[in-house]
Design a binder for this molecule. Sequence first.
Ligand code: BTN
Length: 270
Amino acid sequence: MKQEDFITAEVLKEQMRTRILGQNIHYVEEIDSTNVEVKRQAANGADHGLLVIAEQQTMGKGRRGRSWNSPKGTGIWMSLLLKPGQLRPENASMLTLVTALSVADAIREVTGLEAWIKWPNDIVVNGKKVCGILTEMSSEANRIHYIVIGIGINVNTKEFPEEISEIATSLLIEKGTAASRSLLAAKVMEQLEANYELFLQSGDLAYLLKPYNEKLINCNKQVKVVGSNEEITGTAKGINEKGELLVQIEDRLLEVCSGEVSVRGLYGYV
Ligand code: BTN
């Protein structure tokens, strides 16, 4: 491994030019899941902005109960604790889109690769997934206790298990050269802090609509919206302020909410 690819709390702190997010870093060699660790620390009173980052996860969690492949020394496996005082629980899922935009921008900045967003929150390079985001929340009826934003980026992964190799890729595979994981993690947090502030100003995605839609790989493409009981085909038209995907079906514009469905391309993953 090249010297520049070592992640340590010291290197991260040095590179992380944020005000609050990630200023308290908890770095571990190995953990079950950084999302689970943030929840444990939140239960013990950890503050807004805590970042847990691991070299390896033994039980990395994906969306919809899937597992997340998190081998040692190759990726960024990190989770952030947010305590957004004024946000209503029903609006918390928008933070996943705020994060997706931040990761896409950071990947572009650090690697020069064209990173796209597959709604709502996968990051895609050359048609394959390089990053997944898992947002979890602890709340009561009208109040959020805390939100955990888990980010997994395949940075210097050389190969993937057969079952995911069709849709998964890494920045190394797509660019041909290794990227600095600590620099990329720092840039993600910088972008996220700036975008999070814009998000809080309006309480929705109004200020982030344009940059998000510009990077939306589904935009103006035929998509299949797959719900629990039905499957609808239409043309994706971008997101609205609430982060819903607008899908044109003949003369109707459907507002699709991310919790309820998954969206695919007609002929594959994107
Ligand atoms: C997805 O299924 O696309 C979401 C994957 C999220 C993976 C990240 S890795 C860091 C954090 N810890 C976890 O256990 N999961 C998230």
